[in-house]
Write a protein that binds this ligand. Structure first.
Ligand code: SF4
Length: 370
């Protein structure tokens, strides 16, 4: 008589057993096997985590929850306050959409998030990934979740050699195949954790991995090469000159609000010359200065990488008395207190101390006059 052969555990069972022992403790999560966290927390964390790392998100998540404990509170907040609380997290359209979505849930759904992937997808600012993640994590719907970590794990386990982004269709099908009917929310978070802590981009720790026996890339010795990525076009460079205008009496700097639409829409900015492909000469940039005065060219420079281009920043320094300052459009804030996007903080980072100003003046022997 044949002895029945032991069934090989499926991918979900292996990953869930590993998750029960090795899950990350994160402020927006419930421990494995316990009731799901509130949809508001899941939604907030998932929107924040798009394009941003877990350590960067944690303090923002906690600030948002303490200022706006419910979706009704967030919906009732002025959008400018939400944008300012978001400052530094990047991709500011997300903050604007977050507020729109809070309003929709508060006003059209009585403050209750729709409990299905399709219902969530209909809300502003919620794309396929976020809808699937919220449906799985908050409502235990077996939705196929595919973030960057999960893509990498699946590409390796199934040795998918097609480069990203073309491989995404195949990976989505594989995600649907391996997602279990039981504990789909824990499974999605387990795959995220596995990708973040074991199956890492450059050096996967295959010896500690619960999927090693099932992993094609490990068997073939190509784990670190996957997922392949289509070659990217070189990122174009743009140039600007920032106008760092300080009020002589207290060192506050002039900031302005950007138009609501477009890059960094609605955020505070340091005035600057238009961001263009060719570098600026100081004299030429002065046509865009916020005030006519003697501007001192500074030695330092900064750079900031956006998704589609890199911005290189030079700076001019101006000082103005309080009476003249009051006649300019904009707001005056202490540089260290302003809630600003990272690129604007980098501009303010070019502000010199008094000693540096003296030595810059001596070296250059002159100022640019606008
Ligand atoms: Fe990733 Fe290695 Fe695990 Fe395969 S065995 S899933 S490559 S860590």
């Amino acid at each position: 008589m044949h002895k029945p052969r032991a069934r090989t555990p499926d991918i979900a069972s292996l990953v869930l057993a590993w998750y029960d022992r090795h899950h990350r403790r994160l402020p927006w999560r419930s421990p494995p096997g316990t009731p799901p966290p509130e949809p508001y927390r899941v939604w907030l964390s998932e929107v924040m985590l798009q394009q941003t790392t877990v350590p960067a998100v944690k303090p923002y998540f906690e600030t948002f929850l303490s200022r706006w404990p419910s979706v009704h509170d967030l919906a009732a907040a002025p959008v400018e306050q939400v944008m300012e609380a978001w400052a530094g997290l990047g991709y500011y359209a997300r903050a604007r959409n977050l507020h729109k979505c809070a309003k929709a849930v508060s006003e059209q759904h009585g403050g209750i998030f729709p409990a299905s992937e399709a219902g969530l997808l209909a809300l502003p600012g919620i794309g396929p990934y976020t809808a699937a993640a919220i449906a799985a994590i908050a409502f235990d719907e077996p939705a196929a979740v595919l973030d960057g970590n999960i893509e990498r794990v699946l590409a390796r386990v199934f040795a998918v050699e097609t480069p990203l982004p073309q491989a995404r269709t195949e990976l989505r099908k594989l995600a649907a195949q391996v997602t279990p009917q039981k504990r789909p929310g824990d499974f999605a978070q387990a795959m995220m954790d596995l990708g973040a802590t074991v199956c890492t981009p450059k050096s996967p720790d295959c010896l500690l991995c619960p999927l090693q026996a099932r992993c094609e890339a490990f068997k073939r010795g190509i784990a670190a090469e996957l997922p392949r990525k289509a070659a990217k076009a070189a990122r174009p460079v743009r140039h600007t000159i920032a106008f760092l205008l300080q009020r002589a009496e207290d060192g506050a700097v002039l900031l302005r609000r950007r138009p609501p639409q477009g890059l960094l829409g609605g955020m505070l900015e340091v005035p600057s010359a238009p961001w263009r492909e060719t570098p600026w000469a100081s004299a030429e940039a002065l046509a865009h200065a916020p005030a006519t005065l003697d501007w001192l060219p500074l030695n330092g420079a900064a750079a900031h990488v956006f998704t589609h281009f890199e911005l290189r920043i030079a700076a001019l320094l101006g000082r103005i008395d309080a009476r003249s300052a009051g006649r300019l459009d904009g707001v005056w804030q202490q540089p260290q207190e302003a809630a600003l996007p990272t690129v604007m903080k980098k501009m303010l980072g070019l502000l010199p101390g008094d000693d540096e100003i003296r030595s810059t003046k001596n070296r250059r022997g002159g100022r640019a006059r606008s």
